[in-house]
Design a protein around this ligand. Structure first.
Ligand code: ACO
Length: 371
């Protein structure tokens, strides 16, 4: 009889230390490098938060200008990357396009296998600059539109939206989008970040770690939930049908996407900020029907199961009202989380130990092999 204890899903297992962010389920709070995330969302540009995650401090104006110059230089995608992406089927899931794009960028980087902090920070900035251009290209291609060149005069969020939609939207919409990027940027040892740390722990390269993290994020139990939320809204249709839909979904043992969380059991600290951002966009973009459905479904799920929404619940409808197609929601999450992932890769390498857990064997007992 084995004395091993199985920690299914690694629930509650503390596998390492981190100085990047802290999730406190007792107080429903999240801090990046010590700062409450709602304060960062209210007062900072996304580029400043990226600097904070990478370097541990908010940037001085000179540091921000230097970082912006490098990020903007990477917005123009290499021609070979664009031509390969345009050869993928137009029906490919945008997360697959993104995963393939990161792989190509790695293969084209002569410094791919250099794992110094400097080399990896240069790669992080390269992906930080390129990912919005890839997401915008993918969104435009879905609508039969050609990619647009980057706008080097614009900040990260404005350029992302301008490259996608052809113009910078209302300042309130840009702000709501930027808030979503800040909230999505980092969340300690979630599944995709842990995946990036596992790959890094073998001393593989950053592009491999990010490719794997994108694969982990795609699943609907993780980042893919923001897309699945929209599918549920479409299935339900109107607010008055939410209660009956929840009863049927739970009776059929369906998971209701956008609700529940492995760490937060009394509410996700990021939801109130994103819900307010959703309200702002809904007021500008004729979103009252969606907002009513949002409130009605949240109430019905809480009444039936005591589950609170997670960040994906308000983010999905907000991206819909901003004009993104549903399959592009999780790629936006990638463009934000690249900051957290790459900060974790650097942290992992600074005190590396191969991540290799054990298992409890439950297969056949040892038996004689007969040739
Ligand atoms: N819908 C229906 N039931 C749920 C849900 C849900 N969304 N979430 C949890 N439950 C149920 C579980 O089945 C379980 O029920 P039981 O006790 O009757 O068996 C109970 O609530 C407790 O759940 P846990 O086991 O504590 O949840 P766990 O930590 O394993 O799962 C997870 C967390 C995977 C996020 C889960 O809540 C879920 O599947 N949610 C939907 C997917 C989702 O929204 N993911 C996004 C996460 S946040 C992010 O990535 C930004």
């Amino acid at each position: 009889m084995s004395t091993k204890t199985v920690h299914k899903g690694l629930t509650g297992v503390v596998v390492d230390t981190t100085g990047i962010s802290m999730v406190n389920p007792e107080t429903n709070s999240l801090t990046y490098r010590g700062y409450p995330v709602q304060d960062l969302a209210a007062h900072c540009r996304f580029e400043e938060v990226a600097h904070l995650l990478w370097h541990g401090e908010l940037p001085t104006p000179a540091q921000l200008a230097e970082q912006n110059a490098v990020e903007r230089a990477h917005r123009e995608l290499p021609a070979d990357l664009v031509s390969t992406l345009l050869h993928l089927p137009a029906t490919a899931h945008p997360m697959d396009t993104l995963r393939t794009a990161v792989s190509i960028l790695g293969a084209n980087d002569p410094h791919e296998d250099e794992n110094s902090p400097e080399a990896n920070h240069a790669k992080a900035l390269r992906l930080f600059g390129a990912l919005p251009s890839i997401v915008a290209l993918t969104q435009r291609r879905r609508r039969g539109l050609l990619p647009l060149p980057p706008r080097l005069d614009l900040g990260f969020a404005e350029n992302f939206l301008a490259m996608t939609f052809g113009a910078v939207p209302e300042p309130e919409v840009v702000r709501a989008f930027e808030i979503s990027l800040v909230l999505y940027a980092e969340h300690s040892f979630n599944a995709s970040t842990f995946t990036s740390r596992v790959v890094t722990s073998t001393l593989s390269d950053l592009y491999s770690a990010i490719t794997a993290a994108i694969g982990a994020l795609k699943g609907p139990l993780h980042g893919g939930a923001n897309e699945a939320v929209m599918a549920a809204f479409e299935e339900i249709g109107t607010a008055d049908r939410a209660q009956e839909w929840v009863a049927r979904a739970l009776a059929a043992k369906r998971t209701i996407m956008g609700f529940g969380h492995r760490v937060y059991k009394n509410g996700d600290s990021r939801v109130p900020t994103m819900r307010a951002a959703l309200r702002t966009v809904a007021e500008l973009r004729d979103g009252q029907r969606l907002l009513d459905l949002y409130e009605s479904l949240a109430g019905a799920v809480f009444a039936a199961k005591g589950l609170h929404p997670n960040l994906d619940y308000p983010a999905g409808p907000a991206y819909h009202l901003m004009g993104f197609d549903t399959p592009v929601f999780t790629p936006i999450f990638v463009a934000a989380r690249i900051t957290g992932w790459t900060a974790h890769i650097t942290e992992q390498l600074a005190a590396n130990s191969l991540i290799r857990p054990s298992s409890l064997y439950t297969g056949s007992a040892q038996r004689e092999f007969i040739a």
